[in-house]
Design a protein around this ligand. Structure first.
Ligand SMILES: [Zn+2]
Length: 452
């Protein structure tokens, strides 16, 4: 029986995600911004419960090559780029330079990190790539110093790092399209109701599939196809239109199911090795890092997917740490090249860890707990010691939301939760913390993090 100081955080909604995902250290700067009124009282019956956050260690998978390999051929990684505008070829440096050249922004944007000559290639927008030549070599088409950096964004820095890690030539098929909803990427997009301007117009799943197959067929004649997968950044459009409850995708569960249809389809039909997510930035209209951390349903679904679905990995969380300074200063909607440069490197490093081929192994360094408004509630170190915030969760309405995240991406650690050591129905599958399952006299839960 313990007594705890009760820090009332009032009506902050708290959600819990069992996320095998991490976040960069920058996100830790919001500790003081817990919403609501802070006052002290004591739990009257002195019978506070313990909210167990159990961290389990595990082993990253060992990548195995499932395709033909010839010692006479060079090897390539073939990667589909899918999602919304932030993953389109013209984002980042290319877009920023237009604002810079017109005088709308005065500070010269950061150069794209560019792969060496002959190491990485990209298709044009929604095209296949059937041969590797100077015309699609990123050394030329992505470098501000050569052809002008017309294909910038996340893929050049990702490619440079991935090439360094794997030694393969890196080849991207660019299918991402601006302002698209999740339903437009599903195999059965006709079955979805949506009030977005596209309605049921775009069959992006089948487009991605045919561009990939065309590229694979041509390139596999001359190269070993070594690592295959897709990378995804999307969700702002669902955040916007999903508020309409008559749309098929209006909550985390619907987004989860639609995404799973896409993922399973890509994996099965294209025989891919991995899917990877760069988590969607939330509250796209906000300008602070905490705005970017707010728990929207596409993000809740993306964390849950990465913690549950085999061969699907959270590769970057940089997006949710963005304040306005990390965005393209010409429009502050899309990421600046300086942000893409960090994102691309983080994605390649995380992927290498998940596939068990990393030279620098990611190390478990603790967990952080965030509220639904993006505020950091508590940070625990690798030993489970509280190092920032408060370890007391306070009743705040019938249902609450939390996001529990690993500090480091790319580890094989997993999390589950319990109350007083017992798994309970306190948490639903989407991380909602249901206080109605706890007697009304219990105003608080003490978070205890253990590692096995
Ligand atoms: Zn839509």
């Amino acid at each position: 029986m313990k007594k705890f100081l009760n820090i009332l955080m009032s009506a902050v909604l708290l959600t819990t995600m069992l996320a095998a995902c991490g976040n960069p250290e920058q996100a830790g700067s919001n500790a003081q911004s817990v919403a609501g009124d802070l006052s002290a009282s004591v739990d009257t019956d002195g019978d506070a419960k313990v909210f167990n956050i159990n961290v389990h260690s595990g082993n990253n998978k060992k990548f195995t090559l499932n395709r033909n390999f010839s010692a006479n051929k060079e090897s390539i990684s073939l990667i589909l780029v899918v999602g919304q505008s932030n993953f389109m070829v013209g984002q980042g440096h290319n877009s920023e330079m237009k604002y810079y050249n017109s005088g709308e922004i005065t500070e010269k944007p950061e150069d794209t990190i560019v792969p060496e000559k002959g190491k990485a290639y990209t298709s044009g927008y929604q095209q296949s790539i059937t041969q590797l030549s100077d015309a699609n070599d990123m050394y030329y088409v992505s470098s501000p110093k050569n052809e002008g950096g017309s294909r910038s964004g996340v893929t050049p820095p990702f490619a440079k790092r991935w090439n360094e890690i794997t030694g393969t030539k890196v080849v991207f098929i660019q299918v991402a399209q601006g302002a698209t909803c999740m339903h437009e990427w599903t195999p059965n997009f006709q079955n979805y109701t949506c009030t977005c301007p596209h309605g049921q117009q775009y069959a992006l799943y089948s487009l991605a599939k045919s561009l990939y197959k065309e590229s694979y067929e041509a390139l596999s004649k001359d190269y070993n196809i070594m690592y295959t997968g897709y990378i995804w950044n999307q969700g702002e459009n669902d955040e916007k239109y999903g508020k309409n409850q008559s749309n098929t995708i209006h909550d985390a569960e619907a987004y989860y199911n639609a995404y799973l249809d896409m993922h399973n389809g890509f994996m099965r039909e294209l025989e891919l090795d991995f899917g990877g997510i760069s988590v969607v930035r939330s509250a796209y209209s906000g300008s602070t890092a905490q705005n970017s951390m707010v728990l929207t349903f596409p993000r809740i679904a993306q964390y849950k997917l990465c913690s549950e679905v085999p061969n699907l990995y959270m590769l970057s969380t940089i997006g949710e740490t963005c304040d306005v300074s990390m965005m393209n200063q010409g429009e502050t909607i899309h990421y600046a090249q300086s942000t893409f440069n960090k994102m691309g490197v983080q994605m390649a490093d995380s992927l290498a860890n998940h596939l068990g081929i990393a030279k620098n192994k990611a190390k478990y360094s603790g967990v952080k707990v965030y509220g639904a408004d993006g505020a950091l509630l508590a940070a625990f170190d690798a030993e489970g010691k509280l190092k920032e915030g408060s370890d007391i969760l306070t009743r705040g309405g019938a249902m609450g939301k939390l996001l529990i995240k690993f500090d480091t991406l790319g580890t094989a650690y997993t999390i589950d939760t319990a109350v007083d050591g017992k798994k309970s129905e306190l948490m639903d599958g989407y991380g909602n913390l249901d206080w109605s399952k706890i007697p009304n006299t219990k105003k608080e839960l003490k978070m205890v993090v253990t590692l096995d």
